[in-house]
Design a protein. Structure first.
Lengths: 95, 397
């Protein structure tokens, strides 16, 4: 099954109990709910994740962070894993 | 490109060069303890009069919040004997610094258990070193098995899920792994196994209590079988040389991703290395904890390139990285050589060849209670209650 956890055309935000700490290699991500530590392995991915809250869609957050079109699939895969572990969650947009 | 992945390859190298703040910080709140476990790695017992005050502890928590340290492992001594323990716990949680605290369970009553269960961001580890009272109490003292189990029951009754049942793996309890797992399951707890270190009083009992080579091998297989359901705090990364790494970062994090703040505010490279050689500074100094973490020359050195020494030629060096610095140090082995419990047996060879006239280094701080001693009168007449007073008077004159 190839259903992906993250739909690039939808808006997202950080999970409610998730904290992000920038580091030279990218960032540490801690989920206070599951007590799990994860890693963002590039500063650009950190920028994408930070931009989710203010972007209309995940795709838009990638664009705003300067992700080149050819690399979008790699970032989509990363966002997919973040969504699968609920480190990022879909954001409801006011109608 | 893997933008998000468990630590591996290049990421581990990043960690070896150090982070802006620790991933995992151990904070021993007090050296006071109502038990006297034979293997206590901080040689705890008596409170140190220089212990950080409540206000100083809160200032450290403020700093940890600013540095975004997600959680601290609080221990001791027995941290709950501090009168301000619950106050500090609430303060940390309110400042979004999660707390995992280790306890012998003696202060976990139905009331405190409910309090813990009602607080987010708090985890509890109850220490137990035998799945039976006989094995446990020989190490932790008479009655400590009952105390720990009673605490686990109170926590379970309060609805606390995933309490950690924290076990130091020893020669005496190596045969009880399945029994520990059963015990943990019975209380809805999660089993956590850690390594016996020759640190603190652990140095005195290490020879007789550290697991045999066969027991280590068995442990490695058992841990692989149970995967991430059994926690190890990255304790056994030296066993990766058996061929398969255990879940975790698998590196020595000392001064790179972990460190210890001791009860008087001294910052050591790791909780197992309470010795001047690994002392990086004190949180009471200018710049506080942050300055120690970022600027101490000792930490800079630990984050620099390390020599594998005698291990460089070994084909397994990339997986075990030479093992635990503290284990080598306190058994008197060179830091750039094999771990005393090297999976390939190189440590045993070195231990056997040690110069027995040279004593391995002793910890810098020893707060063990002096043996309970019946005061014997110097002279029969000293039993007179005013005898000492008269003697003092004489000395003052």
């Amino acid at each position: 099954m190839s259903t992906s956890a993250c739909d690039l055309d939808r808006p997202y935000r950080l999970g409610p109990q998730v904290s992000v700490r920038p580091e030279p290699f990218g960032a540490l991500v801690y989920d206070f709910d599951s007590r799990r530590l994860s890693f963002l392995k590039s500063r650009t991915l950190l920028d994408v994740v930070r931009g989710l809250e203010t972007s209309e869609s995940a795709r838009e957050a990638c664009r705003a962070a300067g992700v080149p079109a050819v690399e979008v699939p790699a970032y989509a895969a990363a966002l997919d894993r973040l969504a699968a572990t609920r480190l990022i969650v879909p954001r409801e947009v006011a109608a | 490109m893997s933008a998000l992945a468990p630590a591996a390859g290049r990421l581990v190298e990043q960690f070896e060069r150090g982070l802006d703040a620790p991933i995992c910080l151990t904070w021993e709140l007090t050296y006071a303890c109502n038990l006297a476990c034979v293997h206590c790695l901080s040689s705890s017992g008596r409170r140190d009069p220089r212990e950080l005050s409540t206000a100083e502890c809160k200032a450290v928590i403020d700093e940890l919040e600013r540095m975004q340290v997600f959680y601290v492992n609080v221990g001791g001594g027995e941290p709950t004997v501090r009168r301000d323990f619950w106050e500090l716990l609430d303060y940390a949680v309110a400042h979004r610094v999660g707390v995992k605290f280790s306890t012998n369970g003696s202060r976990i009553t139905p009331v405190t258990a409910r309090r813990i269960a009602a607080t987010d961001y708090v985890d509890v580890q109850v220490s137990l070193d035998g799945a039976t009272a006989t094995v446990n109490d020989a190490v932790r003292g008479p009655g400590s098995y009952e105390t720990a189990l009673t605490a686990l029951r109170h926590l379970a009754d309060a609805g606390m899920r995933d309490v950690k049942l924290s076990v130091v793996f020893t020669r005496a309890n190596a045969g009880q792994l399945d029994a520990f797992k059963t015990l943990a399951d019975a209380y809805g707890a999660q089993l956590r196994l850690t390594r016996l270190r020759p640190s603190g009083r652990g140095a005195d009992v290490w020879d007789e209590l550290h697991p045999t080579a066969e027991q280590q091998r068995m442990l490695h297989g058992w841990l692989l079988e149970h995967g991430e359901r059994v926690l190890t705090g990255d304790s056994f990364f030296h066993l990766a040389a058996y061929g398969e790494a255990l879940p975790g970062l698998n590196l020595c994090g000392a001064g790179r991703v972990v460190c210890l703040i001791d009860p008087v505010g001294d910052v050591y490279a790791c909780p197992f290395a309470i010795h001047d050689q690994f002392l990086a500074g004190n949180v009471r100094g200018a710049g506080g904890f942050r300055a120690v973490w970022r600027d101490s020359p000792l930490f800079a050195q630990l984050r620099g390139p390390q020599s594998g020494g005698a291990c460089s030629a070994c084909g397994h060096f990339d997986s075990c990285r030479g093992g635990c610095m503290a284990a080598k140090f306190f058994t008197g082995l060179p830091l750039d050589g094999p771990d005393p419990e090297c999976a390939l047996g190189h440590g045993e060879t070195l231990l056997a060849a040690r110069d027995l006239t040279v004593t391995p280094p002793k910890p810098s701080a020893d707060h063990s209670r002096r043996r309970p001693r019946r005061r014997r009168p110097d002279r029969a007449c000293d039993e007179d209650p005013i005898a000492a007073f008269l003697r003092d008077e004489a000395a003052a004159r």
